[in-house]
Every structure is written in structure tokens, then in C-alpha cells.
Design a protein around this ligand. Sequence first.
Ligand SMILES: [Zn+2]
Length: 430
Amino acid sequence: MSEESDQGWQQLSEQILTDIKEWRRAHPKATFREIEHEVHRRLSRLEAQVIQDAVQESEQRDWSGAPAQERPSCPVCGTPLQARGKRTRCLQGAGGQEITLTRTYGTCPTCGTGLFPLDEELALPRGSTLTSLQHEHLVHLSSWMPFAQAAKMMERLLGVQVSEASTRRQSERAGALALAVQTAQAQMPVPEHLPASKPPKRLAISADGAYVPLLKGQWAEVRTVALGQVEHQTTSTGAQEVHVHQLSYFSRMCDAQTFASLAEVEMRRRGVSQAQEIGAVTDGADWLQGFLDLHCPQALRVLDFPHAAEHLNLLIQALHQAGLALPADLLERACHRLKHRGPHLLIWLLSRLPADLAQQEGVREQVGYFLKREALMQYPHYRKLGWPIGSGMVESANKVVVEARLKGAGMHWEPSHVNPHAHLTQCRLQ
Ligand SMILES: [Zn+2]
């Protein structure tokens, strides 16, 4: 640091400390909160000054008089930039304290690109009056709550002023940048030798779709896949319980095929191809089967038990409507039997239904549904092996990722803004 700023810092800190002492003497009965507030307010002035001076020490701050070979070069074509004068940029640091940067604007004589090399070197967020850390907080808060609330929280917690529109714009920009990085990673060739980090032992994978409201009364499906590690825990009564830990999510609003190829990054990150065992709990949707064929054909496939129970209910209703007298507790017993003894009896009964009954509207669909999914309903077997049989983990993912932030009351999204936000939310949860 230069001597000048050294002296300045010393003077300022002494003055602030003296001020605090004096204030305290004048307020002998101050509460903790009042003391905290006063100390914080005064120290944030010092913080802003120190950050400002430290930033100004950069070589890139004033390069206007430098010879060509010492000037920053154009990021597009590499030609040394030409200085076009200085501009100041005011930022809000902690407590809204102003931090001013003076830096030189440069243009490229070859391709015409114009930029502030200092801003690039410092990786300052573009189009923001916030410092980098404050900007990070803004983006994080926006992934939890509507923009207007995030803007209010910024003021309340950090003392910085930012409008709702600006909060929205900055978050969308940050989300779009992060999304672009992930998409680019998905398009890179798969490395032949994957890093030899410890392969996960047992992974559970599950997927689901949820609809989010777009502008003009439209809806679009956001697909989500959730991944987690399966572990067993013994309860206080000695029973074995299956738990899914370290959940992570991948969500996108796009067609099934694009989704499957973009999810590659997350599959790689979680070591899906190296996992010793994978269990996939699905609702039986076709797009999901294709997804599993691509990423983990070896996965043990399980029909989500609550979905199976729902179809049992539909089947019983249809049989009842066809005139069959059935005991009132049949659904409960059928569910219990399916869960503990498997689908054998159910399939046997369905394949022996009288032909006229089996052809009845409603009955036919449900019979078809179960006959097609016998292999996915071996619940006693899955339970013995310690796999979850319900897709609760991804359904809760849909609640936290998609519904909580994208489906709030009165929210309508521009289609191009859905993915940046889904991405920020999913990053926040990792
Ligand atoms: Zn250039």
C-alpha cells in the first residue's frame, strides 16, 4: 500500500475509535443493540475506505500514459487498447457506504471493442451499483424469495439500496451466466478417465415434472431430477429405515431429450456412471425411462409406491362401477399385500378376470397399467435390499426448487427467465 493510504487509514481509524469512545461516554445507558449499531456504522466507513484504496492500487487503474506493450489488450483480438479517458463508478459497500472507483476506459483500434480493463480484472458484476459480495447476496436472496422482498431484505440486512427491477435484472443476468457455464460443460466431450474420487456406493435417482406459470396465461413443464446417497439407519425400536442424504437437483424447462443431454453435467458430478448401485424410483413416465436408459441403464427401476396405490384405487373403483361387490377395506388390504408380498397375487387375479369384465371402461386401462409394470413392483425385494420405494425425495425437490420460487402467488415468468432462476435455486440447494 502507498504511504498516503497508510497514513489515511491510520488517521481515519484513530478518529473512528475516538468517536466511538466519545459516543459511548455520552450514552452510558445505551443498549447492546444501540452500541452495536453505532460501532458497525462507523466501522463500515473505514471498511469502505480500505476497500477503495486497496482496489485503486491495481496496475490497471491508470494505464492511459503507458506505452503500447504495457497497456491492457483487447479481450477479442489482442490489440493493445487505446485510453479514452477516465470515468468513476460508485458502488455500495457494507452499510451502503460509498466506494468510488476511478478507472480508464479503453477501446480497441482494430475491432472497436470498448471496456474498463479494471472492472474485468476485478471481476466486478456488470450493470450493478453493488460490490461483488453485496451482489452475491442479492442473487442468493432472489433465489429464495420474490424480487421485491429480496430488495427489501438487502436494505434491511445490509443497508444497500436496490430497486425491485434492478434486483430482477441482476439475478437473471447472474443466473443466465451460471446456466451458460453449465450448458457449455454439458456440451464438452466426456473425459475418458474420470477423476478417481471415491465412487458413491448407492445412489437413488428420481425425476418428476411440474408446471410453472408463464406470461399470457401459458404454462410450461419444468423437469427435475434428484440424486441422493442411500443409507440405512436403525431406529430406537431396532427397525431399519432407509434415508436419502446429500440430495442435489437438476431442473430445466425443456423437452425430454434436451433435458437428458444437459443433465449430463450433474450425472458426472455425482459419479452416476461409477456408482456401485443405483436405484431409480419413477412414476413410470416414458420420458424418464429414456433418461435412465441413457444415463444409468443398470439402475434398479422401482415404480413409486404411492403411484401404484393410486392406480389400485382407480382399479377398485372401476371394478365397483362394473357391478362387483367388494369389501370396504379392499384398498387398504391390497396396498398392504403389494408392499409386503409383491404383485404376484394381483397379477394372477387380473389375468383371470372374466373377459367381459376385463374389457369394461376403466378396468381395461388399470389392468393394462399393472400388467405392464409387474417388474417395477417387486416391493418386498427392494425393501429387503434397502432401497426407497417412494419418490418423496424428488417430489419434495419439486416443492423446493420449482414450486416455492417459481410458482408463488401472482408470479408469471418470461419463458427465457425460468431456467436461470431454476438454476440459481438448484445451486443454492447443493
Ligand atoms: Zn479488438
